[in-house]
Write a protein that binds this ligand. Structure first.
Ligand code: HEM
Length: 168
């Protein structure tokens, strides 16, 4: 049973020490999950599901080697060219989404980093997503280098499934 004057279990230890400071509106606000954080969390989940769909589209349209090189699209072009046709555009479009995902994941991490002491799992999971996306870009590159080796493609897919789990 909690008696008057007992430490408030809902407050972190050092916040308890400076109880009057901790109850100041600005201090309470700094420990809250804001509307922005919720938006970034949803955006992160939707984006990580979305790239599974666009990655699947690359696969189902046989566009996997639309960009035959990595990290450049061809030996001398970073981007796909009109001559490379629809397959080049589809594969390169999928590569571009990497940047969108990184921006969303970084925004999510930045929005929770101030909560790292009170919401540690949230911060750790956000950091895992930030780290996972560049890892996926490298695995995607290996997918291209190995001419779509099914084991590498499967790994590429499974890592994304894991990122969706963490984002959820
Ligand atoms: C430069 C970066 C990337 C490259 C070069 C790349 C490459 C590829 C390629 C070639 C495929 C088609 C595989 C096939 O046709 O069998 C693919 C599919 C896919 N990619 Fe990427 N990728 C990149 C970034 C990412 C990122 C950042 C994610 C997720 C965070 C991702 C997730 C997926 C998924 C889920 C698939 C579908 C796999 C499947 O249906 O089995 N890719 N990627």
């Amino acid at each position: 049973m909690i008696h008057r004057g007992d430490p408030d279990p809902a407050l972190p230890h050092d916040a308890e020490t400076h109880r009057s400071d901790a109850l100041a509106p600005s201090a309470l606000a700094s420990q809250e999950i804001t509307r922005w954080t919720l938006w970034f969390a949803w955006a992160s989940l939707i984006a990580n599901i979305g790239i599974i769909l666009t990655g699947g589209a690359v696969r189902l349209t046989d566009s996997g080697l639309g960009c035959p090189e990595w990290p450049l699209c061809t030996e001398d072009s970073l981007v796909s060219t009109p001559e490379m046709g629809i397959h080049g555009a589809i594969e390169f479009g999928n590569r571009l989404l990497t940047y969108v995902l990184v921006i969303i994941a970084a925004a999510m991490l930045l929005s929770v980093i101030r909560l790292r002491r009170t919401h540690r799992p949230l911060t750790v999971m956000s950091a895992i997503i930030v780290a996972g996306i560049p890892i996926q870009a490298i695995i995607g590159g290996i997918t291209v280098w190995t001419n779509l080796n099914p084991w590498v493609v499967a790994l590429h897919f499974i890592v994304s499934a894991g990122l969706v789990m963490v984002a959820t």
